[in-house]
Write a protein that binds this ligand. Sequence first.
Ligand SMILES: [Mn+2]
Length: 189
Amino acid sequence: MVEKLIYLDFETTGLNPEVDKLLTVQWQEIDANTGIKLSELYVFKLWDYDNEKQFIEDVIKKSIVDDNGKRKMLFLSWWPAKLGYNLFFEQNFLEKRIEINNIEFEDVCIMGYSVPALDLKTVGVLINGGSFKGAALDDISSKQTGGQDVPLWYENKEYEKIVEYVKDETVAFVDLYKKLLEHMQDFRI
Ligand SMILES: [Mn+2]
C-alpha cells in the first residue's frame, strides 16, 4: 500500500490575506517513502475564472484525491497529510479568503491542531545552521528565485511566467524531499 503525501503550495498577490488574493493553487501526489511523484502537478489559476470566489469554490470541488480507494476532498480532509514549506501560510491564507469571499465550507485542513502535515521549513532552518534568515526554499534547494516577481507578472498578465515558476519550484521541492529521505535514512544520535 502506497503511503501518500500531498505537496501543496499557493501563489498570492502578497502576504496579507485580508487584502491580497489567491493567484494559484498547486498540488501533487507524492509517495511518502520514496518522494516519487504519483500524479501530475495540478495548477489551478485565478485568471481562468471570473472572480476569486468562483476560483476557490472550483478548486475545492475539483481537488479530490484517491487515498487507497477512498475519494477525499483534499482541502477539507486531514488525510492524506500535506507536504510543503511553511504550510501555516497556506492554511491561514485559504481560511481568510474563504471567509472574505463568503464561501460556505467546513474547516480547512492543511495543517494545524490534530491535522498531520510535513513541513520542510524546519529542515530548511536546520540546513541553514539554525538561522531563519536565509532559509527560504530558493536558498536551500535548486529553486531558482523567490516568489517576489509573481505579483508583478500577474499585473502584467505574464501568466506563463507564473506557471513556469510554479513548475520549477515544485521540481526543486520534490527533489529536496527525495534527497532528505535518502540522507536522513541512517541518521542516529
Ligand atoms: Mn510557491
